[in-house]
Design a protein around this ligand. Structure first.
Ligand SMILES: Cc1cc2nc3c(=O)[nH]c(=O)nc-3n(C[C@H](O)[C@H](O)[C@H](O)COP(=O)(O)OP(=O)(O)OC[C@H]3O[C@@H](n4cnc5c(N)ncnc54)[C@H](O)[C@@H]3O)c2cc1C
Ligand code: SF4
Length: 448
């Protein structure tokens, strides 16, 4: 047995409390309601932010929720998980002189109002006789499916996991978003008439040729794969960061947290793993990264947050093996590195410093070094771009009638929930345009 402590009863809870009615009103009344608002432009789903805030100020909370969810059906998730500092709040004109408006928290206030009262704001459109298959019930798939359902399409969503929601359900830590919010959004999409079949995986128990033959169009929102291997001896003792987070959300009774935890990686997932370990009682948490602070991919505000949590950092340190005795983890063997010329990723390549071997003590080691590229692309014969599914400006893949969006296409830049939602929306619009055009063309040729 490892010297591990169990999770305290109750585990983790959402970090930020909801705004009270008074707080929301005061905050809404600070907004300048800018014409051509920079916050709306900075939001990837272009929510009309001044409009939804004005509706809060005038007490029209249902209308406020409608304005948000019209543009972003996952508005309740995005209110909690969006990197607002980089997006809407980062563009707020009040940022330079005062505090920016708390757009995310006002968005949560309005969407919570709608959800807590079970208000359904949208209906399925009049059936148009067309069928679309959506693969993957993450943010991209849910957004695409809901938009198509509102346009009258018969939509079936196939999801390989037991629950819908994608990483909002399985990957984003409870501190930021409780599972119930993600699942409530899945139910909203179901109530729009979308059939959601879980436990169905394209390539395993769902046949690609059959799906294509039965559907007028297909949307792939399959996200990325599991954590890639480190390729070091003793790797079998290393815990997968995504599995660690998933357990902290959905299987807390079986989650064990070490006293001395090492997290390998320096992206947002690594920060999340370190946060869980620290919050659930680890005495010492160290993030090990083979480059420097400058090359970290975690958001700056996340890095600042984790430092305040007391997490330590070992930069320019490359893991080379896990030290264990009778299956019990004792430490991580590492070498010091220095940075050389850029590698294939465009970042400076770490080069081992001879004679710099060191051992870091640990009783739990977690790897959080990103996710594998979507392996489905080659299996389905789709063209790729650096391993990601290649799409054109209409989000159509190299196979006509097959569209894709979300993390599986994001070859460059940071991936986020709100970007996946926007992809789903844009793909739904492109599918609708294409199928309506095909119908119009057919009518012209029939009528001469
Ligand atoms: C640990 C972690 C923390 C994050 N934190 C944040 C955050 O705080 N803020 C933020 O904005 N973003 C965050 N992100 C990123 C965000 O979660 C993703 O960008 C977003 O979920 C992408 O949505 P998606 O629909 O493309 O993919 P996913 O959410 O990955 O959903 C893909 C879905 O497709 C299903 N699927 C895959 N293959 C198949 C198949 N063959 N057949 C059927 N179904 C299949 C999967 O099971 C999954 O449900 C985080 C990511 C991680 C890993
Ligand atoms: S969806 Fe995200 S980026 Fe857009 S307004 Fe809401 S919190 Fe800001």
């Amino acid at each position: 047995m490892q010297s591990q402590i169990q999770t305290p009863a109750g585990g983790l809870a959402e970090q930020l409390p909801p705004l009270s009615g008074h707080e929301a009103l005061v905050e809404a009344n600070r907004c300048l309601y800018c014409y051509d608002a920079p916050c709306t432009r900075a939001c990837p789903t272009h929510i009309d932010i001044p409009a939804f805030i004005k509706k809060i100020a005038s007490g029209n909370l249902t209308g406020s929720g409608r304005t948000i969810l019209e543009a972003n059906i996952l508005g309740a998730t995005c209110a909690r998980v969006c990197p607002v500092q980089e997006l809407c709040e980062g563009a707020c004109v009040l940022r330079s002189e005062h505090k920016p408006i708390m757009i995310g928290r006002l968005q949560r206030y309005a969407t919570d109002y709608v959800y807590n009262r079970g208000i359904d704001l949208f209906r399925a459109g009049t059936p148009n006789g067309r069928k679309v298959a959506v693969i993957g019930a993450g943010p991209a798939g849910l957004a695409c499916a809901s938009h198509l359902a509102r346009l009258g399409y018969s939509v079936t969503l196939f999801e390989k996991r037991e629950l819908g929601g994608g990483l909002s359900t399985y990957g984003i830590i409870v501190l930021r978003e409780p599972v119930e919010i993600a699942l409530a959004e899945v139910e909203i999409v179901r109530r729009l008439g979308v059939r959601i079949e879980t436990g169905v995986e394209l390539g395993r128990n769902l046949d690609w040729t059959g799906i294509q033959a039965e559907s007028d169009a297909v949307f792939l929102g399959v996200g990325l794969g599991s954590t890639p291997p480190l390729g070091i001896p003793g790797e079998e003792h290393v815990i997968d960061g995504l599995a660690y987070i998933e357990q902290s959300k959905l299987d807390t009774a079986r989650l064990t947290v070490g006293r001395e935890v090492i997290v390998i990686g320096a992206g947002n997932t690594a920060v999340d793993c370190a946060t869980i370990a620290r919050r659930l009682g680890a005495e010492r948490v160290t993030m090990v990264y083979r480059r420097t602070e400058r090359e970290m991919t975690a958001y700056r505000h996340e890095y600042d947050f984790i430092k305040l949590e007391g997490v330590e950092f070992r930069f320019l340190t490359q893991p080379v093996g896990v030290i264990s005795e009778s299956g019990i983890v004792k430490g991580l063997a590492c070498v010091r590195v220095e940075l050389g010329p850029p590698d294939a990723s465009g970042r400076p390549a770490p080069i081992d410093v001879p004679g710099s071997e060191l051992t870091l003590p640990a009783d739990q080691i977690i790897k959080a070094i990103g996710q594998k590229k979507p392996d489905l692309a080659s299996a389905l014969g789709l063209a790729t771009d650096s391993g990601y599914i290649r799409v054109n400006s209409q989000l159509e893949t190299s196979v006509p009638g097959v569209y894709a969006g979300g993390d599986c296409i994001r070859a460059r830049g940071a991936a986020s929930t709100v970007m996946a939602v926007q992809d789903g929306k844009l793909a739904a619009t492109a599918i609708h345009k294409q199928l309506m055009k095909a119908t119009a063309d057919r009518e012209v040729s029939v009528n001469g």
